[in-house]
Ligand binder design. Structure first.
Ligand code: HEC
Length: 168
């Protein structure tokens, strides 16, 4: 759950040689429509639990993930100006590719991932509890995108409730 050392070194380098005021982002988040309600005709077993999880996620957790996670774990990256720098660009792109390969939050819940839904929830809770996500190098560059204690609690509560629903 770490950026490679190479990435860290370069990010720290960029951070230390540039004024924080220059860290303005280009681009912006694209609002994306939420998952549509499934018609009762096509509803499968477990569908209503997923719907509750999805709606809780959208209301409570997605705004937090948009702020702190989606620059890497989604198609909605707000690229920083230093993404233009050759070398840095490739590095950030490869981290974003890797982050999205693990977990992609682009289309709401359920997330795109190679693990099971429970494993994803556990990994999210662990990364939040241990403070490994968002990675340190990112927090240094984006001080306002760190996740607050209150937001951590919101995410962890959602994880717990969702796990209970999934195990029903
Ligand atoms: C700067 C980019 C970046 C940001 C921002 C970021 N991540 Fe990640 N994340 C990664 C990368 C790269 C990986 C894959 C490599 C690794 O596990 O370190 C990853 C992996 C993960 C994993 C999978 C770990 C596993 O055990 O498989 C989880 C869960 C995760 N991130 C959650 C989050 C959450 C939640 C946030 C926001 C609070 C977040 N990440 C923000 C880059 C990022």
């Amino acid at each position: 759950m770490r950026l490679s050392n190479r990435a860290k070194t370069a990010l720290i380098f960029v951070f230390t040689v540039t004024a924080p005021t220059a860290l303005a982002h280009q681009g912006h988040h694209h609002a994306h429509p939420g998952a549509e309600a499934t018609s009762p005709m096509t509803r499968k077993e477990g569908e209503s639990e997923i719907k509750v999880i999805r709606e809780d996620y959208k209301r409570q957790v997605e705004p937090i993930f948009q702020k702190s996670c989606m620059d890497c774990h989604s198609a909605q990256t707000r690229y920083p100006w230093y993404h233009k720098i050759p070398g840095i660009k490739q590095m950030l792109d490869s981290d974003i590719r890797e982050a999205r390969h693990h977990l992609d939050f682009s289309d709401g819940y359920p997330f795109k991932s190679h693990a099971t839904p429970i494993e994803d929830l556990d990994a999210i809770a662990e990364s939040i509890q241990k403070g490994t996500m968002p990675p340190l190098s990112y927090r240094m560059m984006h001080r306002n995108e760190a996740i607050t204690d209150e937001e951590k609690k919101t995410v962890l509560d959602w994880v717990e409730k969702s796990k209970t629903l999934l195990k029903k």
